[in-house]
Each structure stands twice: as C-alpha cells, then as structure tokens.
Design a binder for this molecule. Structure first.
Ligand SMILES: NC(=O)c1ccc[n+]([C@@H]2O[C@H](COP(=O)([O-])OP(=O)(O)OC[C@H]3O[C@@H](n4cnc5c(N)ncnc54)[C@H](O)[C@@H]3O)[C@@H](O)[C@H]2O)c1
Length: 377
C-alpha cells in the first residue's frame, strides 16, 4: 500500500444504504485513521437508526438531508436495487452535484448508459469517483503484480479465471427477487469482479465471445438467471484469456471461490481463493531439464486468510489514501473508469450471448485527459 499523508485531518464520510455491505463499509471507516464516519443514511428508517446506533453516528433517511446538515468530504454509496446495482446512480449523481467525492459499490450501475454518465459527471466536476473493486486489494494480487514488475512473468501468454459460488442442486433455492431473478443479474452484478482482476493483470480487453447457460434445476423453477458464463477474450496487448463463472450451480472445485492463473514466458502464477494463496512457477532455465509433469520448485505465498471480508477495509483504505494524497484523478485506484471498463465487457458478453456467440468488440472507454495542475509531462 502507498504511504498515507501525514498531518491531514481525517476525511469526513457519510455512508448511504445501510444493508450488510453499508455496515461493512461503515465499520471500515470507523477503524481507518484516514476517515471519520460522521453519518449514515437509509431510506428505511429502522435500518438508518439501527446502523447509527451500531456505529455511534447520526442517522438520516435522505441523502439530501444528510448533505444539507453534515460537512462531508466523501459520500460512500452502498445501495443495492434491481440486479444489485440500480440504486447507485441517483445517490452518486446527487453527491457529485453537491461537490463530494464518491466511493460507489459495484456495479457502477445495472445500466450502461447511467454508468457512462456517472463517469462523465465526476470528470466534469473534477471529483474522485471510485468503485469498490475490492478483489485485487489483497496480499496475493500485490505479490503477483510484483512478480510481473520484477520481470519474473515476462511476456504475458494467457490468463485463466474461474469463479464459482460453492453450491449444487441440493442447496439451490429459487430467489424470486428482481435483484436476482433477471437474466443478466449475475453478469451485471458479479462479473465486474473477475473482469476487474483480469484487467488489473493484463490490461484492456478488445474482443469478447461468450456462451452462457443455466442448469435444468433452475429452468424447472422458472428461474431466469443466466448463471453459467463461458467467456473467451483477447487483451489489447495480445494476451488471450478465458473466464468461467457460475453462481452456486456446482461445487467449486480446485482454486476455491475463484482462481486466476496468469502464464508468462518467464513464469506463471495462480491466485487461489482470492486472498488465500498465490503460487509462482518459474520457467525452466537453460540447461535445466525436467520430466513431463515436473519443473522448478514453485514459490508459495499462503496468507492463511480465507475471509474475503478482509478485502473491504483494504480497498476502502486505498481510496482514502488516494483522496488524502490528492492523487491525479486518473491515477485513482479502482476508479469509476476502471469499473466502467468491466461493465463494457459485460455488455459485450450479453450481446455475444444473445447473438449465439458472435465476436463482440466492447465499447471504447472515455479518453483520459489528465490535469495540467497535477501532471508533469
Ligand atoms: N464489493 C463486494 O464485494 C460486494 C459484495 C456484496 C454486495 N456488493 C454490492 O453492495 C451493494 C449493497 O448490497 P447489500 O447486500 O448491502 O444491499 P441491501 O439491499 O441489503 O442494502 C441496500 C440498502 O440501501 C438502501 N437504499 C436504497 N436506495 C437508497 C437511497 N437512495 N438512499 C438511502 N438508502 C437507500 C436500502 O433501503 C437498503 O437498506 C450492492 O450494489 C451489491 O452489488 C458488493
């Protein structure tokens, strides 16, 4: 992690949307020296009051009122909605209009037009808009990036990502809520995570082809969710990649909740179970010879951490650091533009699926202009 700025007052934060995730964010702000949680907000009064009591801060039932009464630096948007993202747009735009920096939960929105507008609005107002792409704020991803930076991976050859919520037909339960019983709810709300990790390691994706499906036990219940996604991609740097995602339809198999293997000309690594384990296999050196199935001894980082919840305070701290340090807006880690990239890929996945697996080029991202006040060229 980057070092924090000294001698600056903690950033004053209000959290909007006090479900499970809002409370997780509020707890992270409470324990972080860079922030001061001052208020929470939920349109459901009981939720606002309960969260306010838990965190010892003031409760509001409207963001408008919270903005009017509290002197905030950051609004943290943790609302949900249809496809787990339709309620992000309104509070985010309202907070930006009030001149606040915003950290928004993923996906930026369940609507690509809204997501593009959110990115435009933050850029226009010169405010930080970050997204909680928390899956790569881990010791495993940090170590993996160091292997890459140190030249121990070399030219990138391929990336394989497999994510599966652990499950099967005996534990499957039909969820009629419009949060999940929509064909693309899983893709829109969840694929943002694997795509964010894939892009973190291999850069922008230029081509997408997908085949998707749902198992018989879902179909029999009239469940609309297209829950199994097989996605083939190419990256701008020439690397090829593959993503397999399923939402609790099967037992997860090797690699735990998710695994990401990145193979290079000088070495390969694989992250298993998100934050738990990283293995690095160096490529054989000239003069070394191994039998089939054998190779140089791999290096293993076993963090012992299985709790994915640890990623929240880590990612939130990075956002607080970036805002505290006043980094150039286009250097913001896990920015709204990064989150928009993942949504553009998701929209390409949906288009490819709807057209029987055709090759789709994701919509291009808005250009980055930089800021003459903070950039030295
Ligand atoms: N990053 C991650 O790892 C991760 C994990 C799980 C969920 N999420 C995301 O977190 C978000 C929240 O998930 P959750 O399970 O806590 O949802 P939730 O539905 O339990 O909670 C959302 C809360 O927001 C409130 N709300 C909605 N609109 C509001 C508004 N305009 N003003 C004030 N309050 C409002 C609702 O009343 C509700 O209490 C979702 O977008 C989800 O996709 C992220």
């Amino acid at each position: 992690m980057k070092s924090q700025s000294k001698n600056k007052a903690p950033l004053r934060v209000g959290v909007v949307g006090m479900g499970g995730i809002g409370n997780t964010h509020a707890s992270a702000h409470k324990q972080d020296p860079l922030s001061k949680l001052v208020a929470v907000c939920d349109v459901v009064k009981d939720k606002a009051t309960a969260a306010a009591k838990t965190h010892g801060v003031k409760a509001y039932t409207s963001l408008k009122e919270m903005l009017a009464h509290e002197d905030l630096d950051i609004v943290d948007v943790t609302t949900g909605g249809y496809e787990n993202g339709s309620w992000h747009f309104e509070p985010t735009m309202e907070a930006l209009a009030a001149g606040k920096h915003v950290l928004c939960e993923k996906p930026l929105s369940n609507d690509i037009g809204e997501a593009r507008e959110m990115v435009r609005e933050a850029e226009k107002r010169k405010l930080y808009l970050g997204c909680n792409l928390n899956h790569y704020f881990t010791p495993t991803a940090e170590r993996a990036r160091k292997y890459m930076a140190d030249g121990q991976v070399g030219e990138l050859i391929y990336l394989l990502f497999k994510v599966g919520f652990n499950g099967g037909e005996e534990t499957y339960g039909f969820n009629p809520s419009p949060r999940f019983n929509q064909p693309y709810a899983h893709m829109k709300a969840f694929l943002t995570h694997p795509f964010s990790v894939m892009r973190h390691f291999c850069g922008d994706i230029t081509h997408v082809q997908s085949f998707s499906s749902r198992p018989g036990f879902r179909k029999n219940k009239g469940d609309l969710l297209v829950s199994v996604n097989s996605v083939h991609v190419t990256f701008a740097n020439g690397t090829i990649g593959y993503l397999l995602s399923q939402r609790g339809d099967a037992v997860w198999g090797l690699g735990g909740w998710w695994s990401c293997e990145v193979a290079g000309s000088k070495g390969s690594f694989c992250i298993e179970n998100c934050i738990e384990r990283l293995t690095y296999w160096p490529a054989p050196k000239p003069g070394q010879s191994f039998g089939l199935g054998q190779g140089p001894t791999p290096e293993i980082l076993d963090t012992g951490i299985k709790d994915f919840g640890v990623t929240f305070p880590r990612r939130i701290h990075a956002f607080l650091e970036d805002v505290t340090n006043g980094v150039p807006r286009d250097h913001l880690r896990s920015s709204a533009r990064d989150a928009l990239a993942t949504l553009e890929y998701i929209w390409a996945v949906i288009e490819s699926y709807e057209q029987g697996g055709v090759l789709v080029r994701p919509h291009s991202l808005p250009p980055m202009h930089g800021d003459p006040k903070t950039e030295r060229i």
